[in-house]
Design a protein around this ligand. Structure first.
Ligand code: MLT
Length: 267
């Protein structure tokens, strides 16, 4: 489905009914990375998955996509769908967007799942790397970025034993626009530190991380758990950064358990 939001077309899926749960994807993927999670939760709640600007079937306008712009797209989509409050499930860049969303629209957050992400911003070296990657996307296209990401985003075990996951990650990445990839990379470089928000997050929060995550290692998730009051942490053994795709069954069990106990039955 598509909606015109903030001057561009944003693509999304919308299945099920009841409490709204919005899935926000990682870089450089799109809403398709959540297919297995949507299938697992759509009988319990209203499950929405957005293609952030520049990704999937959404438009890729010019400019830098700051996390606050992406958060504003999510908020506007909620308004279109008559949703006042939602549970956000964000993985990596999706987590950065979720935190930016909370900063701007705290009243619209019901609960949050932060997977394979962090609250801190980049250092100078990180920003420089992102600019190089953005230029490479513009010069060589999405496949070059998929090449760069496979070995860092997936665990060694996943690369060795789950060729289907490697293929899926590449296929999803290659479907994205090089301009969108570059703009999001620059937006992530510009993101602000969200650490100041964490102690104020007074709603149910689950943190999930792959034990082998090389991009946002377990210690980043432990820092989130320690700073957010009452937050739970689930470590998924053997998974890398894309824990929901690499170990879908374990991820889904952590997610549905959290939704059932802390969000849906809590009323
Ligand atoms: C992601 O998975 O969204 C990215 O790896 C996040 C990042 O580059 O910081």
């Amino acid at each position: 489905m598509k909606a015109e939001i903030n001057g561009i077309n944003i693509s999304y899926t919308d299945e099920g009914a009841g409490e709204s749960v919005i899935f926000i994807h990682a870089f450089p993927l799109n809403s398709r990375m959540w297919d297995e999670q949507i299938a697992a939760v759509k009988d319990r709640c209203r499950a929405i998955s957005i293609d952030l600007r520049g990704f999937g079937d959404s438009d890729a306008p010019e400019g830098v996509y700051e996390m606050s712009h992406m958060a504003a797209d999510v908020r506007q989509l909620m308004r279109r769908l008559s949703i006042d409050r939602a549970t956000l499930v964000g993985l990596s860049m999706g987590g950065y967007v979720s935190l930016a969303f909370y900063r701007a629209y705290p009243e619209a957050v019901r609960a949050m799942v932060l997977a394979d992400t962090r609250a801190t911003s980049d250092n100078e070296e990180g920003r420089e790397k992102r600019e190089k990657s953005a230029e490479r996307a513009e010069r060589e296209g999405a496949a070059a970025i998929a090449d760069d990401m496979v070995t860092v985003a997936l665990s060694d075990e996943t690369i060795e034993k789950q060729p289907d996951v490697v293929r899926r990650m590449r296929t999803i990445t290659e479907a994205n626009s090089p301009r969108g990839i570059a703009a999001a990379q620059r937006g992530m470089a510009a993101r602000v530190d969200s650490t100041d928000l964490l102690s104020r997050m007074n709603f149910p929060v689950l943190i999930i991380v792959g034990s082998e995550d090389k991009l946002t290692p377990v210690k980043d998730s432990e820092a989130l758990r320690d700073a957010i009051p009452g937050a739970g942490l689930r470590i998924i053994e053997g998974a890398g950064h894309l824990s929901n795709m690499e170990r879908a069954e374990e991820f889904n069990s952590a997610l549905t358990d959290f939704l059932d106990r802390r969000v849906l039955k809590a009323g």
